[in-house]
Design a protein around this ligand. Structure first.
Ligand SMILES: Nc1nc2c(c(=O)[nH]1)N[C@H]1C(S)=C(S)[C@@H](COP(=O)(O)O)O[C@H]1N2
Ligand SMILES: [Mo]
Length: 438
């Protein structure tokens, strides 16, 4: 017994000293794996809190881990730690979407919320100190304010809301001719529960001056080039939108700290508008007397032509307009596409429409010849997606497609055909799943 303990002590000492000399070599020699160098640098700098946040759990025996030790959870699929089943589209910057059937929950679990990064997030640059994190409100305000998260919690009413975030480029993969950028299929959407304070309450405390027309958001992520003068992305909102009830400055996702790749420790959540409005790793908001002109606000970024255009058509830059609300859309989350089903099956999913309400979801199993109305829930709050379900009966065995089509309270309905645009935004065509009925 005593002998065993001594052995273990020696083994642990050996582990510590080998990691002290050269953690990379030690990890390689002992565990026979290599992590990409960028990622390894980040993990070595990452504190216990960041590692815990990414794993979604604390590490009870953390004291036994030598400095530079990489938990095996990070080594496998190491860019998607703390995520479950996401499809990686790019790893620098990290972009990952969620397969439709993994979005079946009414509220999207953190591990299934997609990731869209434009640059290098702060947790890959060094340790993120949530307690010392500050947000500054400046520009055309009566009082410039700099607050910690604790200051905001104390000063303003705290709200928890389910809010849908959808990337403006969700659905781009279906564009023909193709549009460059992340080839999102249907899964750059999620509806987690976010906790924070209203942007409006904070702006009112700062005192919005009459000439203000737009906000400008800045986060702590670094430009991919490494140039400290450049921001990867800085977008803004018309002041009226910024003052909505459901625009939050959030520090929690589903009741826990935000996942590092979803913006920890602080982010904006702007439901119904392109995800790019929801600045992650938020450090400042400047109120402006002109429309914001930060990176990805100008040119053709997050903009579409001001008129319908033919697929492949060249459009002059001055004919592009900033995308505001996202269009009416729905997703079938069960059953999964490509599976087999019995004669009778529950089809279900979600539907949403920018700042509007969805009033109907219809489902077809006969290529759109006939439709059956689904049971549709109200959103749990403004800005959440709406859940729907319906029982479908197939007349005989064979191949079927299930299609879903949402209609909103302004009468807008999902189309059959993509409204093609050069940058591949706003594809809200119907979602289809393939089923083999036996
Ligand atoms: N600071 C910062 N905020 C950001 C981004 C970013 O790259 N940097 N990406 C934006 C884009 S384009 C989208 S779609 C959403 C995605 O949020 P998520 O990664 O939490 O899903 O974050 C937005 N906020
Ligand atoms: Mo996005």
């Amino acid at each position: 017994m005593a002998h065993d303990l001594k052995d273990q002590g020696e083994r642990a000492d050996g582990l510590f000293s080998r990691f002290e000399e050269d953690p990379e070599a030690a990890d390689w020699a002992l565990f026979g794996r290599r992590t990409n160098t960028d990622r390894r640098g980040f993990l070595r700098g990452a504190g216990l809190a960041t590692m815990g946040a990414m794993l979604g759990a604390s590490i009870p025996f953390h004291r036994n881990m030598p400095a530079g030790f990489i938990p095996v959870a990070f080594a496998q699929d190491d860019v998607l730690v703390g995520k479950d089943g996401l499809t990686l589209l790019n790893d620098r910057p990290i972009n990952a979407e969620t397969p439709a059937h993994l979005l079946d929950d009414p509220i999207t679990p953190t591990e299934r919320h997609f990731i869209r990064n434009n640059g290098i997030p702060p947790h890959e640059l060094g340790e993120v100190d949530a307690d010392g994190w500050t947000l500054t409100i400046d520009g055309f305000v009566d009082n410039t304010m700099t607050m910690t998260i604790a200051d905001m919690q104390e000063r303003f009413e705290v709200h928890t809301m389910a809010l849908a975030i959808e990337c403006g480029g969700n659905g781009r993969a279906a564009f023909d001719p193709p549009a460059s950028g992340n080839q999102w299929t249907v899964g750059a959407i999620g509806c987690s529960e976010w906790t924070g304070v209203r942007l409006r309450d904070v702006l009112e405390a700062a005192g919005v001056q009459p000439q203000v027309v737009y906000t400008a958001h800045v986060g702590a992520d670094a430009h991919l080039s490494g140039d400290p003068e450049k921001l990867p992305i800085s977008r803004g909102l018309p002041i009226e939108k910024a003052m909505s009830d459901n625009v939050l400055i959030a520090w929690a996702q589903n009741g826990a700290p935000i996942h590092p790749n979803n913006g920890a420790p602080l982010r904006l959540v702007v439901p119904g508008w392109p995800g790019s409005c929801s600045q992650k790793w938020l450090t400042s908001i400047t109120l402006r007397d002109v429309v914001h002109d930060g990176p990805k606000m100008t040119g053709t970024s997050y903009r579409v032509p001001n008129r319908p255009v033919a697929p492949g058509e060249d459009v002059a830059e001055e004919d592009f307009v900033i995308i505001e609300r996202m269009p009416v859309k729905s997703l079938i989350t069960a059953p999964p596409t490509g599976t087999s089903a019995g004669r009778s099956v529950e089809v279900r999913g979600h539907a949403w429409s920018g700042d509007r309400r969805v009033t109907a979801v219809d489902v077809s199993i006969d290529f759109g010849a006939t439709w059956q109305r689904a049971e549709l829930d109200e959103p749990v709050n403004d800005g959440a997606w709406q859940n729907w379900r319906t029982n479908v009966r197939f007349p005989k065995a064979g191949y079927y497609e299930v299609w879903a089509r949402a209609t909103d309270d302004a009468g807008a309905q999902q189309p059959f055909e993509i409204a093609w645009n050069p940058k591949g935004y706003l594809n809200n065509t119907m979602h289809r799943v393939a089923l083999t009925v036996s």
